[in-house]
Design a protein around this ligand. Structure first.
Ligand SMILES: NC(=O)c1ccc[n+]([C@@H]2O[C@H](COP(=O)([O-])OP(=O)(O)OC[C@H]3O[C@@H](n4cnc5c(N)ncnc54)[C@H](O)[C@@H]3O)[C@@H](O)[C@H]2O)c1
Length: 405
């Protein structure tokens, strides 16, 4: 039977980012002819039921099935059953807590599928190298969803820096901070295993790497535990790191997840970088647009991230636009184009084609595993520094971090 030119997708997750960004993106891409069957695997059927209620008419198969399993009956291995049903043109999207990414990505690659993983790719450099090796062996496409790479404000910085308009990099400052409900309500189960740096700060590490092409040389980090311990959590309130890059430039990254819940937007965020010929300064929270209503008060809106608009494709329907959408859709369409280009080729030719295209992409802008390694390495270095009284951490030639002597 000939292929209908649609990818069959398994989303493993079903939590916050799945409900807010990934599922709407996949449904929109189905409407546009890119996605075929959609399977969603979550920890339990209670989460599947939430997704069914949020996306009525979404036509997806849920695992575990709410008709057969109790809402709180956890089925942590059931994604394997779903993976087995994907067939030849399959894509797996991993949107589970960070510590589960590696095994799920490796299993998907081994089963012959292409993969999109929410950032960070993994927690440890050793794990990232396993993903790199598996992807190279199977010629699998594995993208990490570093959505800042799609933000026009960041793309502009890359374009101007790469043209040399700012000269040589001197230093920079990035800030990204979220409200208290994130570690308390949304990530109560895994906040202690992570930190605001590992969870959101890594976006700006990747952004600096994406913009400049520089690689990190030395890291030191600091953290505070003041508010969350008073709520019974041993997680960090805030973490800051200073990263020295291989040209000697320095980036300071400031992160927190105990901001006021009354903030005018969910995330404080921005980036300033200076070079020998100029500077870039962007508030990525306040994009000069606010809405004030009796119901919700004063809200500063980032129209670039993931916003609902009246669709130009069909009046009366909603279109999702922004870098949250693009940063799933772009990788999805990469995978789709590779499947279309290799359709009908012998296995040998198909693998050779994949190898050639992925090599070119790897040297470019896409967050394929060798590029995603940078964020993983800095995350691991930050953790090592925090655990060792803010000591300097350096990297070897494979980006393994170690305490500086
Ligand atoms: N790119 C971004 O902007 C962005 C934003 C938020 C989160 N994230 C990343 O996305 C990932 C998920 O974040 P989230 O906010 O949705 O977290 P979450 O805790 O809300 O959801 C995680 C989901 O994983 C599912 N899960 C856990 N174990 C499972 C298993 N064994 N099998 C199947 N499903 C399982 C659970 O059903 C849960 O709903 C994290 O890695 C996070 O760092 C990325």
């Amino acid at each position: 039977m000939s292929w209908d030119k649609r990818l069959n997708v398994l989303l493993i997750g079903g939590g916050m980012i799945s409900q807010e960004v990934v599922i709407p993106t996949l449904l929109q891409e189905r409407m546009r002819g890119i996605v075929g069957d959609l399977h969603i695997s979550a920890l339990n059927s209670g989460i599947i039921k939430q997704c069914e209620e949020l996306f009525r008419g979404g036509r997806f198969v849920g695992y575990p099935d709410p008709a057969k399993y109790a809402a709180d009956d956890n089925q942590p291995s059931m994604y394997r059953e779903a993976m087995g049903k994907l067939g030849e043109h399959g894509l797996v999207v991993v949107a589970t807590p960070d510590h589960l990414h590696t095994d799920m990505a490796l299993e998907a690659i081994e089963a012959g599928h292409d993969v999109i993983v929410m950032k960070p790719l993994c927690l440890k450099v050793e794990e990232a190298h396993k993903v790199i090796a598996a992807a190279e062996k199977r010629k699998a496409y594995v993208a990490t969803d570093y959505h800042k790479r799609m933000d026009r404000a960041v793309r502009l910085a890359r374009y101007r820096v790469r043209r040399g308009d700012l000269g040589e990099m001197l230093h920079g400052h990035a800030w990204i901070e979220e409200p208290k409900y994130m570690p308390l309500k949304f990530f109560g189960l895994w906040a202690e295993k992570s930190s605001p740096f590992e969870y959101i700060g890594v976006h700006y590490v990747d952004a600096y790497y994406f913009i400049t092409g520089l690689t990190p040389k030395r890291v030191a980090a600091w953290g505070q535990k003041k508010f969350l311990p008073s709520k019974g959590s041993d997680a960090y309130d805030a973490v800051q790191a200073v990263i020295e890059w291989n040209d000697g430039s320095v980036l300071w990254v400031q992160t927190s997840w105990v901001c006021s819940e009354k903030n005018s937007a969910m995330t404080n965020q921005g980036l300033q970088i200076s070079g020998t010929k100029g500077e870039y300064w962007a508030d990525h929270k306040f994009r000069n647009l606010h809405i004030l209503t009796d119901d919700d008060g004063f809200e500063q809106i980032n129209p670039n991230f993931f916003k609902h608009y009246d669709s130009w494709e069909e009046d009366g329907t909603v279109e999702y636009v922004g870098y949250g959408f693009e940063s799933i859709s772009r990788w999805l369409r990469d995978i789709h184009s590779i499947h279309v280009e290799t359709e009908g080729m012998s296995e040998k030719d198909s693998l050779a084609h994949r190898e050639k295209v992925f090599k070119e992409w790897e040297d470019g802008q896409r967050p394929l595993p060798r590029q995603a390694l940078i964020g993983v390495a800095v995350n691991q270095a930050v953790r090592l520094s925090l655990d060792n009284n803010n000591a300097y951490v350096v990297f070897d030639d494979k980006m393994y971090p170690k305490l500086s002597e």
